[in-house]
Structures are given as C-alpha cells and as structure tokens.
Design a protein around this ligand. Structure first.
Ligand code: SAM
Ligand code: DTB
Ligand code: SF4
Length: 339
C-alpha cells in the first residue's frame, strides 16, 4: 500500500526523518518514490523571466529586488512574440512545461490580459503552462485559469519562524492566501522554498512541515538551494552541506509522496554526483535551459549528458484534458488527499 498522504505532521516527526542515518533515509525516500512514480522519469520545465528586475519587495535572497545593487537591469514586460519564440525553442529542446516569471509584488489588473495572452499562446504550442507573478487576488487567479494556466508557482520560501528574517514586505499569511485563491479556482500549485539561507535544520524541517500541512499538498514542490548573488543581503551565507540538501529532498519526498519534487535553483553549482543523489532521494523534476530567471542553470547539453549517464528520460506528456495532465503510467492527482 502506498504511503498515506498526511497533513498533520509535527516538527518532531519531521526531525526524526532528518535524523535518520543517510542510507536509511535514502532507502525510505527511494521506496516511497517508487510507489507512485517511475524513478527513471524526470519532468522538465523551462523558465523564462517575462518581467525582470525592479521589484519593490525586500526578499533577502533575490537579485531582482530594486533595493539591492545586483547589476540586474529592470525591464518592461516582454512582448508576446518573444515569449512565444522562447516557448517554441524550449519545446524543441525537450521541455514539457513552460514557466513564466515576473518580478512583481503582485500583478496589476491591467497586466493580467497581457499575461493571459502569453498563457493562451504557450498552451497552444502543446506545452503545460506555469506562471509565478507574486501575490494574486481571487479574480486574477480566475482570469489566469480561464486563459489555460495549469500551474501557479508561489513559494512559502522558509519556515514560518525564519520568514521575517528573510522578507519583511509581506507575510506568511499573504502567501497562504494566494495559494488558497489558486486552489479555489482549480489550478495546480507549485510551492516550495529555499534552503541554504542560514536557517537551522529545525527550520528546514519547518518549511517542509508547512508545505505538507497545507490543505492540499502542492502538486509540485521546488526545493531551491540558495543561489548567492553579489549585492543581496544573503550573499556570503555559509554554504549548506550537500548531504543536508539531499536529506531535505528525501524528507520532502517522504512527507509529500504524490508530489513532483523539483531539484530547482542551485544545480549550476552542483556536480553530477550530487544531482544523482538528489534523484535517488526522490527528486523527479528539474528546470531545464541555460537560465533560471536571472542566474545560470546547467546548459542543455550538460543536462542531456547527465540524463544519458544516469539513464533518465524526460517524463512524457501523453494525454491532456483541460488543466489536468495524466502522465504515462502514473497519475498525479491534483491536490491529492488520501481521504
Ligand atoms: N516575484 C514573484 C514572487 O516572489 O512570488 C515570482 C518570482 S520569484 C523570483 C520566485 C521564487 O524564486 C522565490 O519565491 C524564491 O523561492 C526563488 N528565488 C529567487 N531568488 C532566488 C535565489 N537567489 N536562490 C534560490 N531561489 C531563489
Ligand atoms: C522556484 O521555486 N525557483 C525558480 C522558480 N520557482 C520561479 C526561480 C529560481 C530563481 C533563482 C534566481 C534567479 O535566477 O533569478
Ligand atoms: Fe520580488 Fe519575487 Fe524577488 Fe521577492 S522573490 S524580490 S517578490 S521578484
């Protein structure tokens, strides 16, 4: 019987998992991964920053916050044609999902039709669509869903008790509210966080606990390892131990057995061996393409070589109806609940 989907994890229970010996934790996470997924398949998404820099928020990790001198030039919202060209190229390179990011605190109502047009055109190419635009109102979530948006990415970023050390211009509850609007209109949620920001192990456990105890598990859980950018307050933070990063992936897999766990930012600083450990720990999704939003990602050739070395294949998109996508051999239930 597959692991039960739970929403009542205590911090201590999560810490017990973190405290397991590395081989035991890996074995458990690998077994849980196999209950619902083919471990040789990895879902690939390509990111595009459709509105870069100039952001009014103060997220201490972020190169796009206007208040930090990071060298990122603020740009206007990208034109439709350019976005569609990039999406077409991503598809040709093998991506199955295209994620559009904007450096906004929240979109203005007048921005929504422009983003909706991008979503419609990207979807028409046969790609799954994802967007990350900051906080949303219910009406904006509905408009994006009506345009065909499959996923909305909005991260909790860290544990509730560490959050105020990282971001002061909006609070945890704002994030929970946006996620609720996204779920309410029937979109899939992509929600995770960042590790390596100087948080404690208990706070890493607290991030995963908060994610797993959401009313519905996120469909996709990006685990980012902080990309340190010159000029941001978090530049110079002590590097997170690689095995601790792998443990975080493994515990995410154990807590959210039916979710896609995404090995997200930070791969450019990882060698193939570390990434392989992340796949063994239950990661089954990556960002694919030379760039994340403003920072580097491994180039396509390197990822193709990595997949070949490890015998991994991109997860196929075999059947689509409305916004729910059924993958070959597996069904990832939207907002999966055991009950
Ligand atoms: N502005 C929107 C927002 O914050 O919701 C959307 C874009 S924002 C860049 C999306 C996510 O990227 C953040 O929530 C954070 O988790 C991640 N991120 C940003 N900068 C990062 C960095 N330097 N290292 C790792 N992850 C980062
Ligand atoms: C997520 O969790 N990670 C991605 C995506 N969601 C939008 C973004 C990572 C950004 C890394 C820093 C940059 O490239 O600007
Ligand atoms: Fe702005 Fe998003 Fe960066 Fe925060 S993470 S500064 S909201 S772009």
């Amino acid at each position: 019987m597959p692991a039960v989907i739970r929403h009542d994890w205590t911090r201590d229970e999560v810490l017990v998992l973190f405290d397991l010996s590395f081989p035991e934790l890996m074995a458990r996470a690998g077994a849980t991964h196999r209950e619902r997924f083919d471990p040789s398949q990895v879902q690939v998404s390509t990111l595009l920053s459709v509105k870069t820099g100039g952001c009014p928020e103060d997220c201490a990790y972020c190169p796009q916050a206007a208040r930090y001198d990071t060298g990122v030039q603020a740009q206007k919202l990208m034109g439709l044609e350019e976005v569609v060209d990039k999406a077409r190229a991503a598809k040709a390179a093998g991506a199955s999902r295209f994620c559009m990011g904007a450096a906004w605190r929240s979109p203005k109502d007048r921005d929504i039709p422009k983003v909706a047009a991008m979503i419609r055109e990207v979807k028409a190419l046969g790609l799954e669509t994802c967007a990350t635009l900051g906080m949303l109102k219910g009406s904006q979530a509905q408009a994006l869903r009506d345009a065909g948006l499959d996923y909305y990415n909005h991260n909790l970023d860290t544990a509730p008790e560490f959050y105020g050390d990282v971001i002061k211009t909006r609070d945890y509850q704002d994030r929970l509210d946006t996620l609720e609007h996204v779920r309410d209109v029937g979109m899939k949620t992509c929600c995770g966080g960042i590790v390596g920001m100087g948080e404690s192990r208990s706070q890493r456990a607290g991030l995963l606990q908060a994610l797993a105890n959401l009313p519905a598990h996120p469909d996709s859980v990006p685990i980012n390892r902080l990309v340190q950018v010159e000029g941001t307050p978090l530049q110079g933070t002590a590097l997170l131990d690689s095995f601790e990063f792998v443990r975080t992936i493994a515990v995410a897999r154990l807590l959210m057995p039916a979710a896609m766990v995404r090995l997200s930012a930070g791969r450019a600083e990882m060698n193939d061996e570390l990434q392989a450990l992340c796949f063994l720990a239950g990661a089954n999704s990556i960002f694919y393409g030379e760039k994340l939003l403003t920072t580097g990602n491994p180039d396509v050739e390197a990822d193709q070589a990595l997949f070949k070395r490890l015998g991994l294949v991109p997860m196929p998109l075999v059947h689509k109806h409305d916004t729910n996508t059924v993958h070959a051999d597996i069904v990832v239930p939207a907002n999966s609940c055991a009950a």
